[in-house]
Design a protein around this ligand. Structure first.
Ligand code: NDP
Length: 241
């Protein structure tokens, strides 16, 4: 779903050089927005999007990236906090450093970018925040104590922002993908993917474009009264949670 708008907005997608973030960036480019993606490596995002280097675990790097974006296009109006990592291990074997790394990237990283983006939202008197969480944030998954905690945290963060900034024209929502085919999930062992497939009512894995469509909706004018919500894009995997 893409909608052509008369006025281009400044859209920032963290981790937009590959996977889900890249597909999200592509749909904003197609809608005619000014799109910037971040990557740590400097690897380019999709055609039509600008790329800036940023590491979401480093607030100075995040600040520098925002300054670069603002110099090009003005304040960020739509922020998609998508950058994320996994470092799976069973709880008894999980190293504290691996717990902290995942939380630092997925949850504190999202905090760093949304806090920085809020300066611009206050100037614009509007803003859209979309956090890319995961079905695992509410269903849990063995071996993902760190990841599930970080993804559940994004839901609380979106709801706190909704209450704090709702009167300033800012919405904050969550998209919770299920099993989407990307480089991240291609690394999972075959028995894990087979097991997931058997549990997904749609009986297939999702496409990055299907996640991007939900993000487009939350960023659209039509979703102006939607805040603090979670949109699952999981083929029904998390239904009932
Ligand atoms: P990928 O591994 O394909 O991409 C991850 C992206 O995050 C990359 O662009 C990477 O940048 C970026 N990133 C990682 N760490 C940092 C960091 N410290 N600073 C800045 N950028 C960083 O993942 P997916 O596309 O599969 O996942 C995207 C999001 O969707 C993640 O938050 C993930 O948890 C979530 N998700 C994915 C699901 C799936 O099935 N694929 C299911 C549910 C949720 P770089 O290339 O520079 O390393």
């Amino acid at each position: 779903m893409s909608e052509q708008r008369s006025a281009a907005r400044t859209v920032l997608v963290t981790g937009g050089n590959r996977g889900i973030g890249r597909a999200i960036a592509e749909t904003f480019v197609a809608a005619g927005d000014n799109v910037v993606v971040t990557s740590r490596s400097g690897d380019d995002g999709p055609e039509g999007a600008h790329t800036v280097r940023a590491d979401v675990t480093d607030s100075a790097s995040v600040d520098a990236a925002f300054k670069e974006v603002e110099a090009m296009f003005g304040p960020v109006e739509v922020l998609v906090a998508n950058a994320g990592i996994t470092k799976d291990a069973l709880l008894v074997r999980m190293k504290e450093a691996d717990f902290q790394d995942v939380v630092d990237t997925n949850l504190t990283g999202a905090f760093r970018v949304v806090q920085r983006a809020t300066k611009g939202f206050m100037r614009l008197k509007r803003g859209r925040v979309i956090f890319i969480s995961s079905v695992v944030g509410y269903t849990g998954a063995p071996g993902q104590t760190n990841y599930a905690a970080s993804k559940a945290g994004l839901i609380g963060m979106a709801r706190a922002i909704t209450r704090e900034l709702g009167s300033r024209g800012v919405t904050a929502n969550v998209v919770a993908p299920g099993y989407i085919t990307t480089a991240m999930t291609e690394q999972l062992p075959e028995d894990v993917t087979d097991n997931y497939l058997s549990m997904i009512p749609a009986h297939r894995f999702g496409r990055t474009q299907e996640v991007a469509a939900a993000v487009q909706y939350l960023a659209s004018d039509a979703a102006g009264y939607v805040s603090g919500a979670i949109i699952p894009v999981d083929g029904g995997l998390g239904v009932g949670h």
